[in-house]
Design a protein around this ligand. Structure first.
Ligand SMILES: [Mn+2]
Length: 241
């Protein structure tokens, strides 16, 4: 089975419990993290290692971008929970793995189940041919300049935007998007379903063509996973008080 998991944010114990709950078998199943595997939460190092050890794949999130640009000295360090990841023997290898993640991924359908797209935050209203966009966003070396590219920023950060793709910094409930901004998914006209994270205030939801999987585990919510073949959701409550 192919499992997509919302923002882990260092919640390694919940990820471990999720894998046990769904009886995840690396030989048979796929784990796709929707970005923000690291930072904010209690154990980014354990989360990244667990994701690596089960052959995890995924898309890059804004907290990966932050971790990588802080590590390379390009961005100033803010308050974070990345000390142990940065200091670990395998820290650089884990960071390299996170840097290699694409921003937008196509997940083919099959017999009895539909195709889907995975992205951390969302899609620009002007992105129509998603296969071409995914190739373009992933092209070239994933160097520090790439991490700062406006399209990578958009895919990893958008919540509310205009039809032209102007972003708002608003991060609460979608109903509260300040006009003329709307939740990005209201501009999306594609047929294929898009699965995303990044919007903990919104929580897990199922829209007409989108599914959000960030249910704020790091804030005491839950870790949410979605199985593409079975269109089934599994949630693990936060284990931290
Ligand atoms: Mn995010």
């Amino acid at each position: 089975m192919r499992w997509l998991v919302g923002d882990v944010q260092g919640c390694a114990r919940e990820l471990d419990r999720l894998l046990a709950t769904i009886r995840f078998d690396p030989a048979r199943d796929e784990l796709w993290c929707l970005g923000d595997i690291v930072n904010r939460g209690p154990d980014s190092l354990a989360a990244a290692r667990l994701w690596r050890d089960v052959g995890g794949r995924g898309v890059i999130g804004n907290h990966e971008v932050y971790a990588l640009l802080v590590r390379s000295g390009r961005w100033p360090r803010k308050r974070d929970t990345l000390d142990r990841l940065f200091a670990a023997d395998d820290g650089e290898a884990l960071l390299a793995r996170l840097r290699a993640l694409p921003p937008l991924v196509y997940l083919p359908g099959g017999t009895g189940f539909a195709e889907a797209w995975a992205v951390h935050a969302g899609l620009h209203p002007r992105w129509h041919d998603l296969h071409a966009v995914a190739r373009r966003l992933d092209a070239g070396p994933h160097d520090d300049a790439w991490l700062e590219h406006p399209d990578v920023s958009f895919a990893t950060r958008v919540r509310c935007c205009t039809a032209d793709g102007e972003r708002s910094r608003f991060d609460r409930e979608p109903e509260g998007c300040p006009p003329p901004f709307r939740p990005w998914d209201e501009h999306y006209r594609g047929d294929a379903r898009v699965i995303h994270g990044h919007w903990a205030w919104r929580g897990h939801y199922r829209g007409p063509r989108t599914i959000g999987l960030d249910s704020g585990c790091v804030y005491g919510g839950s870790l949410t996973a979605w199985c593409q073949e079975e269109d089934r959701v599994v949630q693990i409550p936060s284990l931290s008080a």
